[in-house]
Design a protein around this ligand. Structure first.
Ligand code: PGA
Length: 252
């Protein structure tokens, strides 16, 4: 049995004060020991405030990006060690907005993943095809390429510690969520890629999240799919009530 994961990606939203207000409202709405892993990824500046606010709960705090070097003359970057120091236990890597707007490549995704693993953080590695690729029937090709390049040179032990998030770019922030059937087909395909690259047993235990316009009103259709091990939620994770309702509706 794979333990479900419900992760919220706040993107560039919420100050420290807004972060504290979120947790004050969110914590009482979710079970103390939920049937899933609950992760919240605030911006860097709110990491420590989120970690302090989540203290004593089972909520995990994640960063949204990281740099792979330990320290040095890298103006504007944040290392995995700094994230851990601020209370982060996980980190999103290769989100499509980073790939689209900030020059993230499969190569940098791999470097960041390795750095995160070495620091004991859980990498949440994001992959997914763009609209034109989807329309051209290239979804599997794009996902396989990103998966293989992003996991290239990981040992089986390292691979066992990552979470994979399938986020079709055409579904992110657009309100056009992939149907549960589309998401299921890609998840099955990715699991077969993991089996071919690593092993059947590692593929069977790999947790694959779906992301892209997940909302309280479509979570039930998604959770009905055995292949989906959880969700990565953007917009709907900003509101404590809507994110809590997704957390509570997940258990099958
Ligand atoms: P969305 O974002 O739920 O607002 O579509 C998802 C994501 O970018 O992770």
């Amino acid at each position: 049995m794979r333990r479900p994961v419900i992760a919220g990606n706040w993107k560039m939203y919420k100050t420290q004060e807004e972060t504290r207000a979120f947790f004050a409202a969110f914590k009482p709405l979710v079970p103390a020991t939920p049937d899933c892993d609950v992760i919240v990824a605030p911006p860097f500046t709110s990491l420590a405030a989120a970690a302090a606010a989540a203290h004593g709960s089972s909520i995990t705090i994640a960063a949204q990006n990281a740099y792979w070097e330990r320290e040095g003359a890298f103006t504007g970057e944040i290392s995995v060690r700094m994230i851990a120091d601020a209370g982060g236990k996980a980190v999103l890597i290769g989100h499509s907005e980073r790939r689209q707007f900030f020059g993230e490549t499969d190569e940098t995704v791999l470097k960041k993943t390795k750095a995160a693993l070495a620091a004991g953080l859980t990498p949440i590695v994001c992959i997914g095809e763009k609209l034109a690729e989807y329309q051209a029937g290239k979804t599997q090709h794009v996902c396989e390429t990103q998966f293989l390049a992003g996991s290239n040179s990981l040992t089986p032990e390292e691979f066992s510690r990552i979470l994979l998030a399938y986020e079709p770019v055409w579904a992110i922030g657009t309100g056009h969520t992939a149907t549960p059937e589309i998401a299921t087909a890609v998840h099955k395909f990715l699991r077969s890629c993991a089996a071919a690259r690593f092993s059947e047993s590692l593929a069977a235990s790999l947790r694959i999240l779906y992301g892209g316009s997940v909302k309280p009103d479509n979570i039930k259709g998604l959770m009905a799919q055995e292949e989906l091990d959880g969700v990565l939620v953007g917009g709907a994770s900003l509101d404590p009530k809507s994110f809590a309702s997704i957390v509570k509706d997940w258990p099958r």
